[in-house]
Write a protein that binds this ligand. Structure first.
Ligand SMILES: *[C@@H]1O[C@H](CO)[C@@H](O)[C@H](O)[C@H]1NC(C)=O
Length: 332
């Protein structure tokens, strides 16, 4: 022990000689062993601490993939440090826009959605909710935090829920074009039949953000439910594709999300002209878009879950779809 320092070795030998002369061989050996034991514990503890500091928190998850093959981070609990992220984004004085569509009976989800967002979504940042609805009078009054506000936008209703999801891209595109380019920096387009259960903060910010679909995060590529008919603009052939992304979340810089909505709107119109509707409507087109325009950050299923219970790798539920009887809320 301490063999790197000759003066210390001399000290140690002197120490052994001293205690041996006082206590006898066996007792002094016992004491020396105790010293060696305590010293090695302390030094390995130091090593462990410095190793952790060196690697940072980023490698603290070994049970999940935390980076894509194109080096975009996949955000899981335990992979980020909130203090560092807030120190980066808070001084930038950013505004985060959040769009939801509450058409027909879906207005019933607004209260829970907004109240839970006020508890967990981008706390400490300026948040501007844009609610698209056919019933502005049904938008609940929710107490908003400082620097947070709601704008209600009236849109027509529809007889088909597919029609509502198909028109979302176009409406978000128009909103960005007419207002958001000058009003917001980042945007998250979320489904309304959802609820926040945990922190969703600056770790979710990036140029282009997609959420890995909870049903497919551990599935292999052949099982992804991409559109497989070449006649559709959303077509992805077997053997291609990186992840299956959920359609309930699109995020990123306003100008990047604008490109998503503009392109998907175009593809949706082309499909309509060819009398074809992609198997999962907007979600199919979104998956096609993200295949050729790689997201710069992926949110793990913690950010788009499907119920109140966490799974093996999903240690915290941040945002989840709420249980609904589709026949009671969908118009068809
Ligand atoms: C932060 O942004 C808001 C809205 O864009 C603006 O009104 C305000 O003056 C900005 N504050 C600072 C300190 O730049």
């Amino acid at each position: 022990w301490r063999c790197y320092d000759s003066t210390l070795i001399t000290d140690d030998i002197m120490f052994i000689v001293l205690i041996r002369s006082k206590m006898g061989t066996m007792k002094s050996l016992l004491i020396v062993c105790m010293f060696v034991f305590v010293y090695s514990c302390v030094s390995s503890l130091n090593n462990l601490i410095s190793l952790c500091l060196c690697l940072g928190l980023a490698n603290s998850r070994k049970d999940v993939v935390t980076v894509t093959p194109w080096l975009a981070p996949i955000v899981w609990e335990g992979t980020f440090d909130m203090n560092i992220l807030d120190a980066i984004y808070k001084p930038q004085n950013i505004t985060v826009a959040n769009t939801v569509f509450a058409v027909g009976k879906y207005v019933q989800f607004l209260k829970d959605y907004l109240e839970s967002a006020e508890q967990y979504f981008m706390l400490g940042y300026r948040v501007h909710y844009y609610i698209f609805t056919d019933q502005p009078e049904a938008v609940p009054t929710v107490t908003l935090g400082a620097d947070r506000r709601i704008t209600t936008l009236k849109i027509p209703g529809s007889d088909r829920w597919q029609e509502i999801t198909l028109r979302r891209m176009e409406m978000i595109e128009n909103l960005i074009e007419t207002q958001l380019v000058s009003e917001a920096d980042y945007i998250f387009c979320l489904d309304v039949d959802t609820k926040f259960y945990g922190h969703w903060g600056a770790e979710s910010l990036s140029r282009l953000v997609a959420a890995v679909h909870f049903g497919f995060y551990s599935a292999s590529r052949e099982h992804f439910t991409y559109e497989r008919r070449p006649e559709s603009q959303a077509y992805i052939p077997y053997g291609e594709g990186d992840y299956y992304y959920g359609g309930a979340m699109i995020g990123g810089l306003v100008r990047e999300v604008y490109k998503v909505t503009k392109t998907c709107h175009l593809w949706l119109d082309m499909d309509k002209a060819n009398s074809i509707e992609a198997v999962w409507q907007e979600e199919s087109h979104l998956n096609k878009y993200f295949l050729y325009n790689k997201p710069t950050k992926l949110l793990s299923p913690e950010y788009l879950w499907h119920g109140p219970y966490a799974g093996n790798e999903v240690k915290i539920i941040r945002f989840t779809q709420v249980w609904k009887d589709a026949s009671k809320v969908r118009p068809n």
